[in-house]
Design a protein around this ligand. Structure first.
Ligand code: ASP
Ligand code: MG
Length: 412
């Protein structure tokens, strides 16, 4: 029988009533002839609560016990989902990560999936089980300890199962009805996309569109898993959601697929650093070691052997970055005249695979921002993305203006 993976996020399993509604959707796919692998998140709020308990025990907790605690929310929903399906006469059983087993690395709290042997679950399908309900977010390390995959990791569990079992599709049920051209809270003109390519989704996901864990999209792209994002709250009939798929499966699309933003950014400038081989390594090595997620980097042309180096990072990491730079200076590894932090900036990006074949997209973005009187502080580009750093107070305005300028309220 063909296999389908259906993943239900925290809001879709937040109460027994919602679990029943989700189970009905599963039952319908079973009636359609699918063997179904259901991946569940913990009830919404549950993982946060568990993380809070662990943090209360002290600041230097054992990551292995952290995983033992925070993985438990998914055990509850997996069992409840299986029970609910059984009540509906659907042959189902639950599986915790270690029972499958979902084999991971030993990097606790952010483990990577190594392998998912399919024999155990397939054996049960062969015996007549129709639904395997698997606890998302968790696995087992080579040492035999419970691991978790990082926050939002049950999306990645779902895609990994779809790849391992050759599922026809991986449906991600969430509290939004799909992927939008931008955040509908910022402009009511935001439009739900019927389809989006893996590449575009990857850019949007890592740029702060929080629909899917970034790693799940990477995995879907690598194994060509067709992903559908849809709401578990709408009527079953008109719930097509957004299909995340290979570029070849999309006939027509706008040059720009979406406008993303990230509010809590900071711009840091190291003034007058020596322009010599190894200077970038001497700056960004210590930043990486300090756990600073550097995003954009701009090195000015040098002026008499000296140059300014500007980079952006999340606002919350500014203090760490300052300390890392001060330490490197004290150790004599780098020299600089000053370190200026601008913590009132936001990043706005346009994303679209159409940029590969259309000229003038970046220019149009810059003209649009000029017309709104928005000053651009830093620019970076990739093949399918242009990002700018601007004053945070203009972020909404910039997103709205760009959404209008690229005609995103209408499909191609
Ligand atoms: N429950 C976990 C979290 O909140 C995993 C997930 O829902 O994807 O991060
Ligand atoms: Mg999630």
């Amino acid at each position: 029988m063909p296999t389908l993976v259906m993943k239900f996020g925290g809001t879709s399993v937040a109460t027994l009533d919602r679990i029943r509604r989700a189970a009905k959707r599963v039952g319908r796919e079973v009636a359609n002839g699918y063997d179904v692998i259901v991946i569940v998140s913990a009830m919404s709020g549950e993982t946060n609560k568990l993380v809070g308990f662990v943090e209360e025990t002290g600041s230097f907790y054992d990551a292995r016990e952290y995983d033992a605690v925070v993985s438990s929310g998914e055990n509850v929903t997996a069992g409840l989902m299986a029970l609910t399906l059984q009540e509906m006469d659907v042959p189902a059983r639950s599986w915790q990560g270690w029972q499958v087993p979902l084999l991971t690395t030993s990097a606790h709290a952010s483990a990577r999936i190594e392998e998912i042997p399919t024999d155990n679950i397939n054996g049960k399908f062969a015996e007549g089980m129709r639904v395997a309900v698997v606890a998302g977010f968790q696995g087992i390390s080579p040492e035999g300890r419970i691991t978790t995959l990082g926050r939002g990791g049950s999306d990645t569990t779902a895609v990994a199962f779809a790849a391992a079992f050759g599922a026809e599709r991986c449906d991600i049920y969430t509290d939004v009805d799909g992927v939008y051209t931008t955040d509908p809270r910022i402009t009511s003109k935001a439009r739900k996309l019927d389809k989006i390519s893996f590449e575009e989704m990857l850019e949007l996901a890592s740029l702060g569109a929080k629909v899917l864990q970034t790693r799940s999209v990477e995995l879907a792209m690598r194994y060509n898993v067709r992903l559908r994002v849809l709401s578990s709250f709408e009527e079953m009939s008109d719930n097509a959601g957004t299909l995340v798929c290979a570029e070849e499966d999309i006939m027509e699309s706008n040059v720009v697929a979406g406008v993303a933003y990230s509010r809590e950014e900071a711009k840091m400038t190291l003034q007058s650093v020596e322009d010599r081989p190894g200077i970038a390594a001497a700056i960004f090595g210590p930043l990486a070691e300090a756990g600073v997620n550097v995003d954009m980097i701009v090195q000015n042309i040098s002026d008499g052997g000296m140059t300014d180096m500007t980079f952006s990072c999340p606002v919350g990491e500014v203090a760490r970055a300052e300390k890392a730079m001060a330490d490197a200076k004290a150790a004599g590894d780098i020299g600089f005249a000053g370190l200026v932090a601008d913590t009132d900036v936001a990043k706005v990006s346009i994303v679209g695979i159409g940029m590969r074949s259309h000229a003038g997209v970046a220019a149009k973005m810059f003209q649009t921002l000029r017309d709104e009187g928005v000053n651009i502080k830093v620019i970076t580009t990739s093949e399918i993305k242009v990002s700018v750093l601007i004053d945070r107070k203009y972020m909404e305005l910039a997103v709205q203006a760009l959404h209008d300028a690229f005609g995103l309220e209408k499909a191609a």
